[in-house]
Write a new protein. Structure first.
Length: 193
């Protein structure tokens, strides 16, 4: 499937359930939600192709705001238009909103307990793994070759070591891709003549 506004009412209800489940079960938010979103929307339901998912991921990364909400909104919009965007975004945020309200009232009493501190320390490495897993999956889908592997490596180095904003990296990559495509087309037109 690759058209917009294609979900029925029942499927929109399923979309709400999926993003609510993602919102309530993913610790770490943002990038930690990517593997669950990919599993549910690409692999389990087949509503998006891997390429469509990667495109939405790139757009969500470049969109201002909270990444998980951007992803949910873009996926929802692709699948169900404005209604889908609202449903997916609200469903994604609702569990966190309710949990934060509850935790804020209770956490002050328990934050100094060693058991609570140990629990939070144990969760951190799991979040790292949840972020790393989709990176490998996306690398396979992006058709990286020995000629293109340098692109994500340079981007990661610029972001990590030189604190370059991912927005600039995406803009530069988009412009470079456009120029490359333009030159390729021009070269093939010249060769055809």
């Amino acid at each position: 499937m690759s058209t917009t506004n294609r979900l029925t009412r029942q499927e929109l209800s399923q979309l709400f359930s999926i993003f609510f489940k993602i919102g309530i079960t993913t610790i770490g938010g943002g990038y930690a939600m990517i593997p669950m979103m990919e599993h549910e929307i690409v692999k389990r339901t087949g509503w998006l192709t891997q390429e469509e998912f990667l495109d939405i991921l790139a757009v969500a990364q470049a969109t201002p705001g909270i990444f998980a909400v951007d992803m949910a909104g873009h996926i929802g919009h692709k699948l169900g238009g404005l209604r889908g965007a609202i449903i997916a975004s609200v469903a994604n945020v609702l569990p966190s909103f309710v949990i934060i309200l509850i935790l804020a009232t209770v956490f002050q009493q328990f934050k100094e307990l060693p058991l609570v501190q140990y629990a939070f320390r144990a969760i951190r490495p799991v979040v790292v793994a949840l972020i790393a897993a989709p990176v490998f999956s996306m690398a396979r889908s992006a058709s990286l070759s020995r000629y293109t592997i340098w692109i994500p490596l340079v981007a990661a180095i610029l972001i990590y070591f030189f604190d370059v904003s991912p927005v600039y990296i995406i803009l530069i990559a988009g412009i470079a891709g456009w120029i490359y495509g333009y030159l390729q087309r021009r070269r093939s037109n010249t060769d055809a003549q």
